[in-house]
Design a protein. Structure first.
Length: 260
């Protein structure tokens, strides 16, 4: 029997997502710029932009950026964050697989921590259509790493007790299937890299980050979210009293060029 696809309403997570999800690090954008994938004046589209945390990094570096998402609530939170930094990003309600945007107008298309939610062959084809010849598609993710009985593994265990259907626990940060997606779609050349590093989170921040996940606020009832948060807070106070926490993450990226 075919397994039902897990779904989540990220609009319910918008407040915590905007406050507590860590942005992509400066060195990631600097790497894109050294490689020539991002330069001032380029036109970029960020698919499933959410609260715009990747889109803002590009806009801060002089690119013209549009963000597309199915959740108007997430993009409303993004606009508040943009305004606080004096940035202007165009936001569009739409799906990554069928954006409705003109053909061949972008130099760069990105998807951050979102590719696994898409119909990936259709999203690859749509990105190809949107890009100018020689433009690049960048698919990336910044995943927390459950290692042994660390704070990530213990937090995931609580999520799975409240939400056994949540399928995204135990991620190792590497996504070779994403490389195959770009190869199948005809991107050439294709490059990828993976970097492990720690992100500091206060106890409050980690609780907010967990609430913002698809397996908690995105798919549980408000009462269940409150119960989850109380249990997580008690576990942190008891077993991980250090504050801030050093939470291991992996940033994985694959980049493919549309042929001329």
């Amino acid at each position: 029997m075919k397994r039902e696809k897990f779904t989540a309403d990220f609009g319910k997570t918008a407040e915590d997502y905007a406050r507590h999800r860590a942005s992509y690090p400066d060195w990631f954008f600097e790497r894109l710029m050294r490689r020539g994938l991002a330069r001032p004046g380029m036109q970029a589209l960020d698919l499933a932009t959410g609260t715009g945390y990747l889109a803002r990094g590009l806009a801060q570096r002089g690119l013209g950026v549009a963000g597309l998402d199915v959740s108007a609530d997430m993009m409303a939170a993004a606009k508040t964050l943009d305004a606080a930094q004096g940035l202007t990003i165009d936001y569009i309600v739409g799906k990554a697989e069928e954006t409705g945007l003109p053909t061949g107008v972008f130099d760069l298309v990105t998807a951050a921590c979102a590719w696994h939610w898409f119909d990936r062959p259709k999203a690859s084809a749509e990105a190809t259509r949107l890009l100018r010849p020689g433009g690049w598609l960048v698919v990336c993710s910044q995943d927390w790493l459950p290692i042994g009985a660390n704070v990530v593994a213990r937090s995931e265990a609580i999520i799975q007790r409240y939400n056994p259907a949540w399928p995204y626990g135990g991620l190792d940060g590497m996504k070779p299937s994403f490389v195959r997606d770009l190869r199948t779609a005809g991107f050439q050349p294709i490059e990828s890299f993976s970097v492990d590093f720690d992100i500091p989170y206060s106890h409050e921040g980690w609780r907010g980050r967990m609430r913002a996940s698809a397996g908690v606020s995105g798919s549980l009832s408000p009462d269940e979210v409150r119960a989850f948060d109380a249990e997580l807070g008690a576990m942190l106070a008891r077993d991980f009293p250090q504050d801030p926490l050093r939470v291991p993450h992996c940033l994985f990226a694959v980049m493919g060029r549309k042929r001329d």
